[in-house]
Design a protein. Structure first.
Length: 241
């Protein structure tokens, strides 16, 4: 797939770290890993990360399905489905640098949205807008959690994580289906996504006993500081090349 063994393992370790973050915060695998994957293995984006994230929401749904807010989920996933074809179009027609900048931009949006003091409720309008924007961002850049998580920020952490889970699962399947139909899911992406599954599993298992013991506010600040640095690095690379 055009990756050296060292690069594959290092990116796998970042997937592991992202899975750790996602099990604790409800989202984060792509926010952590995507800036590095799009820099060192752009040929597998966005499909590889959409593939590797699939098992995580399944575990969350099986464990805490009773906490899912079905009405906000319904609005969000419905509008995500409507705008997903636009994301496929972006993947098919945008340059590699444009995709890289899109990933960096979405990471910065994720950070800004998660740190904002503006409070919103998970109503029909906010959930629909978040879903519509995510239909493009997740399909084109593999980053699909932060916008809907912003709509859920007033909910208890466990309820927000549980509601994000089916949104990730169904949304990722929608995006992957769109990429397959659009001819934008190459074999390299399948190979990388499946190959990184063990790394994802290790990160999720390491996070499980710590989910209710880590200070989420401090944890997110550290993660977002690292994510911001990596996103700015992507922007700088594109600007200097």
């Amino acid at each position: 797939m055009g990756l050296s063994g060292t690069t594959f393992v290092l990116l796998g370790l970042l997937v592991c770290a992202g899975a750790f973050v996602q099990r604790i915060a409800g989202f984060g695998l792509a926010v952590v890993a995507a800036p590095f994957v799009v820099t060192f293995a752009p040929q597998v984006m966005p499909a590889a990360l959409l593939l590797v994230v699939l098992p995580l929401p399944v575990v969350e749904i099986l464990r805490n399905g009773r906490d899912i807010l079905w009405r906000p989920f319904g609005w969000a996933i419905g509008f995500r489905a409507l705008t997903m074809p636009l994301g496929v179009w972006v993947v098919a027609h945008a340059s590699g640098d444009a995709i890289s900048l899109g990933v960096a931009f979405m990471v910065l949006v994720a950070v800004a949205g998660s740190l904002t003091r503006v409070r919103v409720r998970a109503g029909a309008v906010t959930s629909s807008v978040a879903g519509a924007l995510t239909g493009v961002s997740a399909t084109a850049a593999s980053i699909g959690g932060p916008l809907f998580s912003l709509a859920l920020q007033e909910e208890p952490p466990q309820r927000a994580r549980s509601t994000l889970a089916p949104f990730f699962l169904v949304g990722s399947l929608l995006s992957l289906t769109g990429l397959v139909v659009g001819g934008q899911l190459p074999r390299d992406a399948w190979t990388a996504g499946l190959g990184w599954l063990p790394f994802m599993a290790v990160g999720a298992l390491l996070a499980q006993p710590l989910r209710h013991r880590i200070d989420q506010a401090r944890f997110k600040r550290v993660v977002f500081a690292l994510a911001t640095t990596s996103a700015l690095g992507v922007i700088a690379r594109v600007a200097l090349t």
